[in-house]
Design a protein around this ligand. Structure first.
Ligand SMILES: [Zn+2]
Length: 334
């Protein structure tokens, strides 16, 4: 384990509101009653079983086993909740736990459009569609704020998600073309020049199956945009805290290398990307021999160092307050 902080003591690292506390209690009860079952899985990048435990809980204090593959360095969750358990979790507790509100709000949509602007900029910078109108498909679109940006830029957009409340928000308020569907059930005539997965792929249980479906809906020259919270970028996000980064809906914590490897295994090649992670992929016909290095030591060292830095960060922030408190007690109170 990375440090004793990651032991499963049920304590959240954030202060949760009433809605979140209720959702957390519901999940815990379902785990206790065996309604939410767990299963062991192999590494999705190299199929190895050899892993090392990093954490037993997530930021909400929920049971959550984060491991690192010793053979390739992919950070993933095992044992993890089964497909059936996750399906119910997304339906019943996910939004309440993660957003802390029950229904979509304008604030959520604005956050999505801001993300959409950054995605449009990234795609335009790295891939030339030569100013033509393209067909965009977003998987896990929520209320459709990202697609609204592409629509405003003159493109044809379709979004899919399973949350009716969020879909209706985008449909009714912005007239977006949003469908309640998974990519597995999507009309096979829908083909896109650009498929977007923004903060979605880390939730997907079967990546090989998902990438096969992406191929089905991608035009031959089309590209895939992936945005996920990079495991080697924690020092710049999540308040530099790996525990704050962990959330039980995420079953993978990718680095650019591990993501590239999974895509390559499924017939895609990386066009560009960074550790944030934002990356573009396109299909490749030929299997070239790309040698992927085992990132195990590199990623583990990174996470160990991040944890160590956190202590010194907190220490230096808190130190002046400790001194003031001591002085107060010594000279004023007594
Ligand atoms: Zn592996």
């Amino acid at each position: 384990m990375l440090s004793p902080r990651f032991k499963n003591d049920g304590k959240p690292i954030y202060k949760l509101n009433e809605i979140q506390l209720q959702a957390k209690a519901d999940v815990e009860l379902k785990i206790e009653k065996g309604q939410y079952e767990f299963e062991e899985v192999n590494c999705a990048a190299c199929k190895s079983k050899e892993h090392e435990l990093l954490a037993e809980k997530d930021r909400y204090g929920l049971t959550y086993y984060t491991v690192i593959c010793k053979n390739c360095g992919l950070v993933y969750v095992s044992p993890r909740m089964t497909e059936k358990a996750y399906a119910e979790f997304y339906n019943a507790e996910y939004r309440k736990l993660y957003i802390g509100v029950e229904a979509p709000r304008a604030k959520f949509f604005i956050k999505q459009t801001n993300r959409g602007k950054r995605i449009l900029k990234f795609v335009n910078k790295h891939y030339k569609f030569n100013n033509k109108t393209i067909d965009v498909l977003e998987v896990g679109c929520g209320a459709g704020g990202i697609l609204e940006v592409f629509k405003q830029a003159g493109h044809n957009v379709v979004g899919i998600d399973l949350d009716e409340k969020y879909l209706n928000y985008g449909k009714e308020k912005f007239g977006l073309n949003l469908i309640s569907s998974t990519i597995n059930d999507l009309d096979e005539n829908i083909k896109a020049d650009l498929i977007i997965y923004a903060h979605v792929l880390e939730h997907i249980l079967d990546l090989d199956k998902e990438l096969a479906m992406i191929k089905k809906h991608l035009k031959p020259d089309g590209i895939v945009y992936i945005e996920v919270p990079g495991v080697r970028y924690v020092h710049k996000t999540s308040e530099m805290d790996f525990l704050k980064y962990l959330q039980n809906a995420h079953v993978f914590h990718f680095s650019l290398n591990s993501l590239n490897r999974i895509f390559y295994n499924n017939g895609f090649k990386n066009i560009c990307g960074n550790e944030y992670i934002r990356a573009l992929y396109k299909q490749c016909d030929k299997k070239q021999d790309i040698a992927y290095t085992n990132e195990y030591s590199k990623v583990l060292n990174y996470l160990t160092k991040t944890e160590k830095n956190l202590y010194s960060f907190i220490f230096w922030i808190k130190k002046p307050f400790w001194i003031i408190k001591k002085l107060y007690k010594k000279y004023i109170k007594e």
